[in-house]
Write a protein that binds this ligand. Sequence first.
Ligand SMILES: CC(C)(COP(=O)(O)OP(=O)(O)OC[C@H]1O[C@@H](n2cnc3c(N)ncnc32)[C@H](O)[C@@H]1OP(=O)(O)O)[C@@H](O)C(=O)NCCC(=O)NCCS
Length: 147
Amino acid sequence: MIEIFKADECLTSKLTAFSNQFFDEKWSESSFSNEIKKPNSAVFCAFYDNEIVGVACVENQFGDGYLHNIAVDDEYRRQGIAKWLMDKCCEFLLSNGVEKIFLEVRKSNTNALNLYKKCGFETVSIRKGFYANPTEDAYSMVLEMKK
Ligand SMILES: CC(C)(COP(=O)(O)OP(=O)(O)OC[C@H]1O[C@@H](n2cnc3c(N)ncnc32)[C@H](O)[C@@H]1OP(=O)(O)O)[C@@H](O)C(=O)NCCC(=O)NCCS
């Protein structure tokens, strides 16, 4: 059975190893540890049999939400885990008085784009050359949770 929890510090090492499989911009253990400790941030982990199979990290940045990252293990995709993680992120931010969540996504990342559209995000702008290795534009998207 899949379960989702807000991460605590003892998960830092596993979380870093899991997350860095998916993103060009690698986070150090101390970056994760800081996010876990910050009262304005939350890292949610999906578990199956005590193993991390998904992660999402959001932050309340001066009243606006920001999704830093979200990823699900290849073998557990298309089961609604990312949507569930997003719902947890939205609940956390709403309970912090946040009404909007912002994110960037590579233009070519169709899976993530579809996920964000399904969650209600809308594109607000294109950020030219936002990503490196390879260079690519980003869609800037926003979800207005109380709309
Ligand atoms: C994007 C990602 C997180 C989706 O995880 P997931 O658990 O498979 O997503 P869900 O099962 O919750 O899917 C929710 C919706 O997203 C969309 N979606 C997800 N994967 C898709 C795919 N392979 N093809 C098309 N749409 C897809 C669909 O709209 C889906 O709804 P549906 O299944 O009812 O059609 C996952 O593919 C991933 O980890 N990718 C690598 C990391 C990444 O790119 N993260 C985002 C950038 S930070």
